[in-house]
Design a protein around this ligand. Sequence first.
Ligand SMILES: [Zn+2]
Length: 337
Amino acid sequence: MDYTGIAHTRYRKMLQHFKTLPQLLDYFKDEQTCKDYLAQHRWNGKVTCPFCEHDKIYITNRGYKCASKTCYKKFTVTVGTIFENTKLPLRTWYAAIYLTTSHKKGISSLQISRDLGVDKKNAWFMLQRIREVFFPDSQIPASKDGLFHVDETFIGGKNKNRHAHKKVDNSQGRSTKDKTAVFGIMQTGGDVFAIKVPNTQTETLKPIIETLVDKGAIIVSDEWNAYKGLKKDYAHVVINHKEEEYVRGAFHNNNLEGFWSLFKRGYIGIYHYMSPKHLDRYCQEFSYRYNKRTTNDMDRFSDAIKRTHGKRLTWNQLTEKPDANGNVVSGEYQVVE
Ligand SMILES: [Zn+2]
């Protein structure tokens, strides 16, 4: 067993510039290269015990061992990451992460299954775990001086339940049994924050706004009732959709509408279905790509790899649901997403 103290000697300087999937796969030619890359991005050259944060680590034949006498646990580079206990090669995961972060509207698990030769169930599980990476580490920074657009939309769902101004023309009789509300906040010139919500009522939306936006900021919304009352704490600008053309250019909601449009094009064109249970992960996936749209594919890939630890999602957590007696059982999954 080799005691190294700071175990950084095995890491090479990694300055890869992948512009294509073949280049990425050429570089990640074997499992060890993938592990080294993960270690570099996860620990930045200084291996830390995932159980106790101790930074004196032994390198073993199969991974690492914590040198703390009270811990002394063995671990590998994937412990505590989205890759923990996976049976798939990291190379396959990396290809999936590259495809997910570089395709503007995402990629379905069926497509990943075909492209990477992974069975459908594993492809679905892999993509759900990859989406965990996209949850923001912290809330969007609030600013009193900011101008924030707020809006809600519906993914899937029956038309009659939408607000009048959000009804889709000619959709009578189109039957979709799931309808899920998503709420979004976007700071002008900043990031979008989108989240699945149980409904679009004041008692749901107002606390989210109050958490994310400092009092005194300017908030732009449409005329939906749930936003009434914001003027107590904010400079609230209401855009009446009937008069929207009139105000366009001053306080319009175009950016957030652009984001919804991208989200819905992904839904319709790529995924065809997003189960309400897992919709929040899709919200984060689309938000992440949108917020990183000015970075290149390689930067998004390496950033995603950096974020893979502390985001573990197990099969049981993913598929759990209450049975008839209210006990949590697992095993159900949708292969159509
Ligand atoms: Zn430890």
